[in-house]
Design a binder for this molecule. Structure first.
Ligand SMILES: [Zn+2]
Length: 478
């Protein structure tokens, strides 16, 4: 057994060389590592399983998979390993955002139903650009320490994003639910593609569920918008229940957007594996908590997406919420976000104030419901709803995790949500979400302690994606 101190003397820091100016930086970083064995040595390890942090740890990744992640006593460093000195650092599993949308842009151009800018940004070309160039979002995720994402609703091409992650290390692992079954006949589709499959009848539910399942979807997503007071509440309850039965039959996880308590109960009774939003139209009750706990439903609070809509209405982009992490966002997406302040129109001061008060009330309900869900022992995933206006793919995870902490979760609980439970939400707990032998070697090296304050997750120094080392600074857009 080698003493850790002796060992550290022989550490060699091997990081990718800074590419020459003009070189495609990400492509340069994607070249295969010289060695197939990587050892990250000396960090405090938070492995995502919920066990206490391990100081002076060793993480060995062989051929992209974790071989050992533990104390230097438990994990010997293979002689052939390429070493990364991670003393005075923290290692966490790669983050997973369990609620994203690659069909949206992080600006109003992807949601003309919220603010119609189609004269300036035609919707068909906006979506075409997203389909043809998802790489900038992939890179923003990796830059932010996010190595897995679950796209829970969009155009059929989002299913193809799963292949990007298999082909290249330049993308996070992607799960995708494809077009969503919607209780509303939403117009936001394209001549040749739909992202919303309207389900006004049982046969429409069957046809939509069959279509989604036959595409080997990672989820059957239901956008449950009609409330208890709608004319046909019983009918919607029946159709969402049918969607659950079909999801079961096709062995596809059922994901439900349900923000009213009534809807959330229908969803959980229908067998929802994941609720992608908080219940926020009122407090959760004991019956809901018992149903969700019994069903093993994962609750994704998605606390911060509404703030982006409020900023859009007020014509005031809150860049400070992102801080330095905005550098992870590509220059075009960033420029559009900053365009917010100069857009014509906008709410009156009275409307902005009313919206602020309503937003605060909703946030208070979501925070209280999150505390109750947590106390009931219901698993909680971390999801941002990235792609919605001013909820930017990548760094929005920091804003969301900080809101979860502010609502009463401990930093360790937030970390577990953003890694292990989010991996479970995307159906990938077998190979992602924790640093345990046999899992994919996805991790983040931080330069400050995330267990004392979740804000320290912003201090990403290195990202390891299936054993490939990427430097944060090389993934930023300058
Ligand atoms: Zn969403």
């Amino acid at each position: 057994m080698r003493a850790p101190n002796m060992l550290l003397i022989f550490l060699v820091i091997v990081l990718p060389a800074r590419p020459a100016a003009g070189q495609d930086r990400v492509a340069g970083l994607a070249e295969r590592a010289e060695s197939q064995v990587l050892a990250i040595v000396g960090a405090t390890l938070v492995d995502g399983t919920g066990r206490p942090p391990v100081e002076e740890s060793v993480v060995v990744i062989r051929n992209g998979l974790v071989e050992c992640a533990d104390s230097a006593v438990q994990c010997a460093i293979p002689a052939e390993a390429r070493l990364v000195d991670a003393r005075e650092s923290w290692v966490i599993p790669g983050l997973i955002d369990a609620h994203v949308h690659y069909s949206q842009t992080g600006f109003a151009d992807g949601r003309p139903d919220a603010l119609d800018l189609r004269e300036r940004f035609p919707y068909d070309s906006t979506v075409a650009v997203n389909r043809l160039d998802p790489g900038r979002y992939h890179r923003a995720y990796l830059c932010s320490g996010v190595t897995g994402v679950f796209d829970v609703g969009g155009f059929p091409w989002t299913w193809g994003l799963r292949d990007d992650a298999r082909r290249t290390a330049e993308a996070p692992h992607v799960a995708a639910a494809g077009p969503l079954l919607s209780t509303a006949d939403h117009w936001l589709n394209l001549p040749g593609e739909r992202q919303f499959l309207h389900i006004p009848t049982d046969s429409a539910v069957s046809a939509a569920a069959r279509y989604v399942a036959l595409n080997r979807s990672d989820g059957l997503k239901v956008w449950f918008l009609h409330g208890e007071s709608s004319e046909d509440a019983a009918g919607w309850e029946g159709r969402v229940t049918l969607a659950g039965e079909l999801a079961d039959r096709w062995e596809v996880p059922l994901l439900v957007h349900a923000t009213a308590l009534w809807q959330a109960k229908v969803a959980v009774r229908a067998g929802a594996d994941v609720l992608v939003h908080s219940v926020y139209e009122g407090p959760v009750d004991d019956e809901f908590l018992a149903l969700a706990r019994e069903a093993g439903t994962i609750y994704t609070p998605t606390l911060t997406v509404h703030a982006g809509y409020a900023q859009l209405a007020a014509r005031s982009f809150d860049a400070d919420a992102y801080g330095d992490a905005l550098a992870c966002v590509d220059t075009k997406t960033r420029a559009k976000a900053f365009l917010t302040d100069s857009l014509p129109g906008g709410a009156t001061p009275e409307q902005i104030e009313r919206r602020r008060v309503a937003g605060e009330r909703r946030s208070a309900i979501m925070a209280e419901n999150l505390r109750r869900v947590k106390a009931a022992g219901i698993p909680i995933a971390m999801g941002t709803d990235a792609g919605n206006p001013l909820t930017l793919a990548g760094p929005s995870v920091y804003v969301e995790m900080e809101a979860m902490q502010a609502a009463g979760m401990s930093p360790m609980e937030v970390l577990e949500s953003a890694t292990r439970t989010s991996a479970a939400a995307m159906g990938r707990l077998d190979d992602l979400g924790t640093l345990e032998p046999g899992k994919v070697g996805d991790l983040v090296v931080l330069s400050a302690d995330p267990t004392v304050d979740i804000r320290n997750v912003r201090t990403v120094a290195l990202i390891v994606r299936a054993g490939r080392v990427l430097r944060r600074e090389d993934l930023e857009w300058r």
